[in-house]
Write a protein of this length. Structure first.
Length: 119
């Protein structure tokens, strides 16, 4: 997932109702709204209603790529700040990890992960 989609999804999973997370989340939305068409905002608002929707996450990621949001340094900076706020608010309980490719295993906090391929 791109950094913008990851930040939005993480904020929604954390529950962006108040405080610095909500402020950072709303700032990201406002930047997107002022710079790009409202289709992306509609996708985000749809995801707000159903944050666990894999289709909504994929749709947002496609819109981010399609509109090259991941090339906009202001939005990327705002997404990074949003992720920082989400991480601060959640303490050590939740971690967002990204991976691309095949046969990927991820681990956190000293745990282990394996990929076994039987051919």
């Amino acid at each position: 997932m791109d950094p913008i989609t990851t930040a939005v999804v993480a904020a929604l999973a954390a529950g962006v109702t108040q405080g610095s997370v909500a402020d950072a989340y709303n700032f990201v939305k406002q930047l997107i709204k002022t710079k790009f068409d409202n289709n992306i905002i509609e996708v985000i608002e749809s995801l707000e209603k159903e944050p666990s929707s894999d289709i909504g996450k994929k749709w947002l990621q496609e819109k981010v790529q399609e509109n090259h949001l991941d090339k906009d340094t202001n939005i990327l900076d705002a997404a990074k700040k949003l992720m920082d706020e989400v991480e601060k608010s959640s303490g050590d309980e939740n971690h967002v990890m990204q991976a691309k490719g095949k046969f990927i295993a991820q681990a956190d906090h000293g745990s282990t992960a394996n990929v076994t391929i039987n051919r």
